[in-house]
Each structure stands twice: as structure tokens, then as C-alpha cells.
Design a protein around this ligand. Structure first.
Ligand code: SAH
Length: 241
């Protein structure tokens, strides 16, 4: 069963977009994953093919209609296994992270709904039991870039996509830490040397150095991750001095 991404969007021409290039693009061409896009507008019923209306209660902008989106979701779920995750990208969702990416990669695919306008009628999200996922605490103009980011993170975890699986085991978030800093030739650039240990050929020392740097960066840059790493989930650690 090939991992299949279904994307519901008002802008199907945005796909595969970046996912058609480089690692994900090659994997798509090689049949390691599949992409189906559904144009939400195709499921509009009136002659203006309207997909949005003004917000109940007033306020600026427009809201995606429950009836139109529900028809698009139901059509998508007919061609897909109904137990695949059904996800709406929204800043109101649970923060997306590497462990959710891994779970998705272990499954058979996902259906992703891209919002636009001020948002989507909450009733359809509840009625279809949609999982709400956010990319981060900022507002995009649409769900498409978020869907592309989620898919990119999942696709690179699919078997055979990254040539050397070891490249995945050392990465940021793998052990609850950020990755150590990376260097490559030239040996000296603008008067700055590559750290001596990395050119020593001593694999034990290199591993210890990388571990130490990973811990240092995590502690300084991401006290939230660090607190979880050392405290097993307790958030009592404050900011670094
Ligand atoms: N008024 C909404 C934002 C709408 S932005 C609010 O304040 O919550 C328009 C669409 O972009 C959303 O429906 C959602 O699909 C998408 N989007 C915006 N920011 C996002 C984020 N951080 N993560 C995932 N999707 C996002």
C-alpha cells in the first residue's frame, strides 16, 4: 500500500509545488508516495460556486461553509481508507511535531484540509471528527504551506526516501535534543577554523563533542525541550541565565 496524501484545497495548482522537487519530488516520481488533490470548489452547489460566507456574529472576512467542505471530505473519504487520519491545518490546532510526523509515516496516508479566509465553520470539523493541527504560533494566509510542510516532514521518513537511514537517527528532536552544529570544507573560512575535534579522526571524541554541543544548544535555545529532556515532562526549569 503506497502512502497516499489527499489534499483538499481551493488552490490545487499549489500542489505538488515544493513537494515535486528534490527528495520528495524524486520519491513521488519513484512511486514511494502518492498525491491526490481535491478542489473544494468542485463541491459547491450554487451557480456562483461559492465556498464561503460572512461570519455568524459579524466581524471581518469570510468563513468556509460547512456543507461544501463536508461534501469534499465525504468524497475524499470514499476513495480512501476511512481510518486514515483526517487533518485540518489551523493555528487553533495542536502543535505539530516530529513524533506526530513519525506516527503519520507509519500509517498508510492522510487527508489534509487546507483552510482559507478567516477560518472554517466549526460544525463540519466536529461532525467529521477532524483532527486540528497547527504548524506554530503564527498566522498563515492559507493551509496550503502548512500542508506542504507537514507532508514534507512525513515523506522524508517513508521507507526508501532517504538513502541512508542513519541520516534520520541523529537529527534534531530524535533524542529530545536539537542537533549538534555542522561544518564542512574549506578548513578555514574568513579566519574561522572547523572545530579541531572534528578533524581529529577520533570517533569517540567526536561523538562526545557532538553530544555536548547538542545538549548545550538545547539548553540555551529551547529551555522547553531541555526541561522535558532532563525532567521527563516537568516544566519547572526556568530560562537560561
Ligand atoms: N482567523 C484565523 C486564521 C485564518 S488564516 C485565526 O485567527 O485562527 C487562514 C487559514 O490558514 C486557516 O484556516 C488555516 O487553514 C491556515 N493557517 C493559518 N495559520 C496556520 C498555522 N499556524 N498552522 C496551520 N494552518 C494555518
Amino acid at each position: 500500500m503506497t502512502w497516499t496524501a489527499q489534499v483538499l484545497t481551493l488552490y490545487p495548482e499549489m500542489f505538488p509545488g515544493p513537494l515535486g522537487h528534490s527528495l520528495a519530488g524524486k520519491a513521488l516520481a519513484d512511486g514511494l508516495w502518492r498525491l491526490e488533490t481535491l478542489d473544494i470548489r468542485e463541491y459547491a452547489s450554487d451557480k456562483h460556486r461559492s465556498v464561503d460566507d460572512t461570519p455568524a456574529g459579524g466581524g471581518p472576512g469570510m468563513v468556509m461553509r460547512a456543507d461544501v467542505l463536508a461534501r469534499a471530505i465525504d468524497a475524499a473519504r470514499q476513495s480512501a481508507h476511512r481510518d486514515r487520519p483526517l487533518i485540518y491545518l489551523t493555528p487553533r490546532g495542536r502543535l505539530f511535531d516530529q513524533s506526530r510526523a513519525k506516527e503519520l509515516a507509519r500509517g498508510e496516508g492522510a487527508t489534509l484540509i487546507c483552510g482559507r479566509f478567516e477560518g472554517t465553520d466549526q460544525r463540519v470539523l466536529e461532525a467529521r471528527e477532524v483532527e486540528e493541527i497547527s504548524l506554530g504560533d503564527y498566522v498563515l494566509s492559507g493551509g496550503e504551506p502548512a500542508a506542504i510542510a507537514v507532508l514534507d516532514s512525513v515523506i522524508r521518513l517513508l521507507p526508501g526516501v532517504v538513502g541512508d537511514p542513519e541520516a534520520l537517527s541523529d537529527e534534531s528532536f530524535e533524542r529530545g535534543l536539537l542537533e549538534y552544529p555542522q561544518y564542512t570544507r574549506p578548513q578555514i573560512w574568513e579566519g574561522r577554523d572547523i572545530p579541531e575535534v572534528l578533524t581529529s579522526g577520533d570517533h569517540g571524541r567526536i561523538a562526545a563533542w557532538r553530544r555536548q554541543k547538542a545538549e548545550e544548544s538545547t539548553r540555551r535555545r529551547r529551555p522547553d525541550l531541555w526541561a522535558r529532556h532532563v525532567g521527563g515532562g516537568e516544566e519547572k526549569e526556568g530560562q537560561e541565565q
